[in-house]
Design a protein around this ligand. Structure first.
Ligand code: AMP
Ligand code: GLY
Length: 437
């Protein structure tokens, strides 16, 4: 099957930069453009900074004007807003689920219903639309306990409460969260709902699965570091660093995750009548009684993608195109996974995930260790063309090496050398795995 020649990548984060790098490396040498992109992506390919990732009409119009024959969608907001549906209506194929599949990320209550209906292991939970009932429930379900807003909340919708007082405060906060922190007005629900869920303990792992109907391919395992501070302290973020493989997921455990979670999830989605063609990202807690689903995301992870893609010895374009076209099995058989370890250390703006300044100049090193790359996330060029910060997560320093320890040394050498007055990064990415040895 001939591969597409003209590809549009939607998004502006580190995930999209990693996807762009993999697509332009395709032996079929496609033309790749990106909307809106960031400063690093714009150094490699043509970007359309004025076409926002949530502008469905703008993206469809761009794809038509540029003669695009395949769209790869990065973030969850355009998926939930029906970008893939709108592209399909114009006969433009895309990688990423339609709005019905994206609901698995956009509504945690819907996901919980699916998990329970199909007996997929997950924490016990109850749904509420008012504070008095929720608080009554907390009396019979003591802390620690987890409170989750139903809808997309840009990482601010989950509170792991250590005390009942904290849980009650979270109930009020999250029930009131029907507006500002939810990134797109069309996705806000007029009456918020929350989920109160048993608190699970264990190590987390991110399992990214390329899905095409009932066929799927499990990408290399990885582990994210969600908290802002070293030693997993402070508030949750979008992710401060990742490494792959996550050795805590032994081959036996991965087989169990496949049997108990991945296969049943893919079948459940198909049985619900959803023709899912995109990435199903399953957040899993490895509890003492076995792996349990924390959440589904319906897109590549950020920064998981930055470590997973460099470990693939494969033509990513052929793989994503096959998934979109419904013949994943052959393409998946051709994929090899590199034995090396990968790490991504996120360099953020000091202050993130709360307030932080922007437009702070960045000077990147001139020389790099082998197989070490800077992935751009929140970067831009100022009026003078200087590289400046433009977001909370600014860069992802990614390294591949024969061992995780060596990959970490390479990445951290670069992190130390980056000059930026507001740079902040965790110093313990990968430490859990390194200390286990
Ligand atoms: P989610 O967006 O649902 O993945 O939640 C974000 C983070 O909150 C997860 O990565 C976990 O660290 C934590 N979390 C979510 N659900 C639970 C749970 N039931 N028990 C413990 N931690 C949780
Ligand atoms: N790193 C977690 C996420 O992409 O949601």
């Amino acid at each position: 099957m001939p591969l597409p020649k003209s590809i549009l990548v939607v998004g502006s984060g580190g995930r999209e930069h990693a996807i762009v790098k993999a697509l332009i490396a395709s032996p079929s040498t496609p033309r790749v453009i990106c909307a809106p992109g960031n400063a690093g992506i714009a150094d490699e390919i043509r970007c359309f900074p004025n076409v926002a990732a949530d502008s469905i009409d703008g993206l469809v119009e761009l794809a038509q004007r540029e003669g695009i024959d395949f769209v790869v969608v990065g973030p969850e907001v355009p998926l939930s807003l029906g970008l893939v549906d709108a592209l399909a209506a114009q006969d433009i194929p895309a990688y990423g689920p339609k709005a019905d599949g994206a609901r698995l990320e956009a509504s945690k209550i819907y996901t919980k219903e699916i998990l329970l209906k199909y007996n997929i292991p997950t924490a016990e939970a109850a749904t509420f639309d008012n504070a008095p009932d929720a608080i009554a429930y907390l009396r019979s379900h003591p802390a620690p306990i987890v409170i989750k807003a139903d809808g997309l909340a840009a990482g601010k919708g989950v509170v792991v409460a250590q005390t009942t007082a904290e849980a009650e405060a979270a109930v009020h906060d999250l029930l009131a969260l029907n507006a500002p922190s939810i990134p797109h007005s069309a996705l806000r629900t007029p009456h918020s709902k929350i989920l109160i869920e048993a608190c699970l303990t264990g190590e987390e792992t991110s399992i990214l699965v390329i899905v095409s109907g009932r066929d799927y391919y499990i990408l290399p395992t990885s582990q994210d570091h969600k908290r802002i501070g070293d030693g997993d302290t402070g508030p949750n973020t979008g992710g401060m660093g990742t490494y792959s493989p996550a050795e805590v997921v032994t081959p036996e455990l991965l087989a169990r995750i496949d049997r108990e979670i991945v296969r049943p999830s893919v079948d459940a989605i198909a049985n619900e009548g959803i023709d899912f063609r995109g990435t199903l990202f399953i957040g899993i807690m490895l509890t003492p009684s076995g792996p349990q689903v924390l959440e589904y995301n319906t897109r590549f992870g950020d920064p998981e993608t930055q470590v997973v893609l460099p470990r693939l010895d494969a033509d990513l374009l052929a793989l994503l195109w096959a998934a979109a076209k419904g013949n994943l099995a052959d393409a998946a058989r051709a994929v090899r996974v590199r034995p090396e370890s990968a790490i991504c250390v996120v360099v953020a703006s000091k202050g993130y995930p709360a307030k932080f300044p922007k437009n702070i100049p960045i000077t990147l090193p001139v020389a790099y260790p082998p197989q070490t790359t800077i992935i751009h996330a929140g970067t831009a060029r100022d009026a003078k063309g200087r590289l400046v910060t433009a977001g909370g997560r600014v860069l992802g320093v990614t390294a591949l090496a024969p061992t995780l320890a060596e990959a970490a040394r390479r990445a951290y050498a670069v992190c130390d050398e980056i000059q930026c007055d507001t740079k902040y990064y965790r110093h313990d990415i990968g430490a859990k795995q390194l200390n286990r040895k």
